[in-house]
Design a protein around this ligand. Structure first.
Ligand SMILES: Cc1cc2nc3c(=O)[nH]c(=O)nc-3n(C[C@H](O)[C@H](O)[C@H](O)COP(=O)(O)OP(=O)(O)OC[C@H]3O[C@@H](n4cnc5c(N)ncnc54)[C@H](O)[C@@H]3O)c2cc1C
Length: 374
């Protein structure tokens, strides 16, 4: 067949993981990615340690590359009342600019072919896929969907969640602030949203928040929203007052959906946010993207190497594995987001958690998995 064994649509963390893992078995693997590396992405940039051993196996060491070790967590309500805890597993602070680029370089080293093109459609006929861009069409035995939380392809494939309006906006900017502790990830609430602060490999502090769009649209722009709404939380007010923005302007994404999605659709195996997005307050979407990439690569390897393991077996087994590892975490993420977004519940939570660090650690554990090993 003129084409590739495996085509991955989307070269974020999930897609790059699949590509690196599969290229170790010498399959002919290609990624289609619409943006060149490196580039910034809206993300809290706190990666759970659960994924570190698997990344090391793939040849990527986040700490050796300058990622900072994060051990402590704090959360505050809109008035700034806060509780602190150590993190059960902990994590690493690293920018997406650096993280995605590291995986890209590793994939290149392992001869993954990159096409910097936007995919417009994917068809599956007579058990062969055709991937279409504006300029060309290429065939593959297997196609992996790793195109993130919202893509032109979701519309083209007519996926359920894309029909519904979604009212969340994500905003991110890096700041210079020498005072912010290196080992801390802080989550601060404000009316209609919440924001995370943590350091990255450059020493910059990443401030990334999620806000309800109906709340945001009452204001002129991000600057206005920051000063009138975000800054009502005294910790965020102090942070913004004493920090210097390092981007010309913050970056943002709209229409973020937390609706459930299917891990297999039109015979395409979906991974990362394309299969399901966990609420950002859990700080775990990146680890889940990488872990789901690992599960996809194992299912695909079996399909490619065992004659009796059919496509339907691969699709069934991957769907089951995905649900086993992630379904409950998404559900708990959704409960915790509801608590965070309701002032009275959050106040009750903070008063209760203030008396018991154990409860907070137990809640964090519910949205995190076990260490992911090769
Ligand atoms: C506000 C916010 C804060 C967050 N904070 C954290 C956090 O602190 N910690 C954490 O672990 N997670 C966090 N997350 C979640 C995390 O960002 C995602 O789970 C993670 O980025 C998923 O990676 P991915 O590879 O699935 O998708 P992405 O990284 O989005 O990659 C998808 C790629 O597909 C490409 N693409 C899309 N369509 C096409 C197409 N048609 N053709 C070619 N290429 C295409 C895009 O260019 C993109 O590079 C946060 C999310 C949000 C919204």
């Amino acid at each position: 067949m003129n084409g590739h064994d495996v085509i991955i649509v989307g070269g974020g963390l999930a897609g790059l993981t699949v590509a690196i893992a599969l290229s170790r078995y010498n399959y002919n693997v290609a990624i289609f990615e619409s943006s060149a590396y490196p580039h910034h992405k809206v993300c809290g940039e706190y990666v759970s340690n659960e994924i570190v051993p698997y990344l090391q196996f793939l040849g990527v060491d986040l700490i050796a590359e300058g990622g900072v070790s994060i051990t402590d967590f704090e959360i505050s309500n809109t008035k700034g009342k806060k509780v602190k805890s150590s993190l059960p597993i902990g994590g690493v602070g690293i920018s997406r600019y650096a993280f995605d680029h590291l995986l890209f370089k590793q994939a290149k080293k392992q001869n993954v072919r990159f096409y910097f093109k936007k995919v417009l459609d994917v068809a599956h006929e007579q058990d062969v896929f055709t991937v279409y861009t504006k300029q060309k069409s290429i065939k593959a035995k297997v196609v992996i969907g790793a195109f993130g939380k919202r893509s032109n392809l979701d519309k083209k494939l007519n996926r359920d969640f894309i029909q519904r309006k979604n009212g969340w906006l994500g905003v991110k900017c890096h700041y210079k602030n020498e005072e912010f502790p290196t080992n801390l990830v802080a989550l601060h609430n404000f009316e209609g949203g919440y924001g995370g602060l943590s350091k990255t490999e450059t020493g910059a502090v990443n401030f990334c928040y999620l806000a309800r769009y109906d709340q945001f649209r009452k204001h002129k722009n991000i600057e206005d929203f920051n000063s009138r709404v975000v800054s009502q939380n005294p910790h965020l007010r102090e942070f913004l007052k004493h920090s210097e923005a390092l981007f010309d302007a913050p970056i943002s994404i709209g229409q973020i959906s937390f609706d459930s999605k299917k891990p297999v659709f039109n015979h395409i195996l979906m991974c990362g946010d394309t299969a399901g997005l966990i609420h950002p307050l859990c700080g775990n979407g990146m680890a889940m993207a990488i872990h789901s990439g690992k599960l996809v690569s194992e299912a695909v390897h079996r399909f490619m190497s065992e004659r009796e393991y059919l496509r339907k077996d691969m699709e069934k087994e991957y769907s089951e594995e995905w649900r086993k590892h992630f379904k409950d975490r998404l559900r708990y993420g959704s409960y915790f987001q509801k608590i965070l977004m309701q002032e009275s519940l959050l106040n009750w939570g903070i008063n209760t958690l203030g008396r018991s660090e154990g409860i907070l650690r137990a809640m964090i554990k519910k949205t995190h998995g076990k260490m992911v090993t090769p």
